[in-house]
Design a protein around this ligand. Sequence first.
Ligand code: FES
Ligand SMILES: [Fe+2]
Length: 344
Amino acid sequence: MKMPSAFSSRLVRGTGEVSLVTGNRATPRLPYPDGWYAVAFRDELPAGRVLTRRLTGEDVVLYRTRSGLVRAVRPFCPHLGAHLGHGGRVDGENIVCPFHHFAFSPSGDCVRTGCGTPPPRARLMMLEVREVDGAILVWHHSRGLSPGWKVPSSFPLGFQPAGHVVHTLVDHPQDVMENTIDSGHCPPVHQMNIDISRTHFSGPTMEVDFSTTPLQGHRTGFLVSLQAHFRLQLHGLGWLFVRVDIPSIQSHIHFWILPTPIDPLHVELRLAASIDHAGGIDLPPPASRLIGKLLVPLISRDLAKDFPIWQHKTYVEQPKLTKGDGPFMQYRRWAGQFYSESIP
Ligand code: FES
Ligand SMILES: [Fe+2]
């Protein structure tokens, strides 16, 4: 397929659906925020697989060893610069470079050459990587500092998203997350009223609770067609976990919205969903997986109502707010902690 240009496309993949929407922005809204960003889901990286993903303008090579360790490394082999994501393979616990077959252990050290000579003192450049709720997260810090905080699992017992999709669009993680407190856009864009009952800011975490009621006389999206209570948890600007409680059908839905800056202008927005309780009963795992998968396109359709606006908007540093607009400035003060690059 022909892409219009590097800075004007939206590609939707993950459900077999592919579409393009043009955008016209060419100026980054804000620098890259520091934090944990999702680059894949667990089912995309089984043991033995090597994947290349983009994060903050650079390639990241991900692989899972035969015993199940996940590693994220910079792509270039320290021997003579081959890209490990193009022909690199997992051999037991090592990743093997395609060019001269040097092998690197899970600690990044070169442990073998392709011709049996002693390995040089050489290392791959390792990135911090974690798996949380079935998502694979890589740490980015613009000054190269180690992680100062973690994203906690929402399901420590291992319950995971049943399905997921990724949208690539012109946007910035801070703008995506700002939606969580932007109550004013909900009636015009999502055909619902929201009533924020609580916001809480603590270190890298922000929580928001709100209830929704559909606008009378409008066709609404799936999630807003019923009265629901939402509890949102952000950990940095790359992780949003949402619990939705829908009393009228006695159901609990969970979804994750994970915006990852892939270059100065674009995010990959990963959306995942699951359900564990419906019609007043705890769902058995097969039903939970099946319904969870069906939820992804429904939630995605609601979320996508924002996309045309997100893709073309600009960042207004001093917005002219009105009553009922939500706690924008509190949110932005909280978000400010994630920038070690100065905001122009
Ligand atoms: S470039 Fe990787 S082994 Fe030579
Ligand atoms: Fe929205």
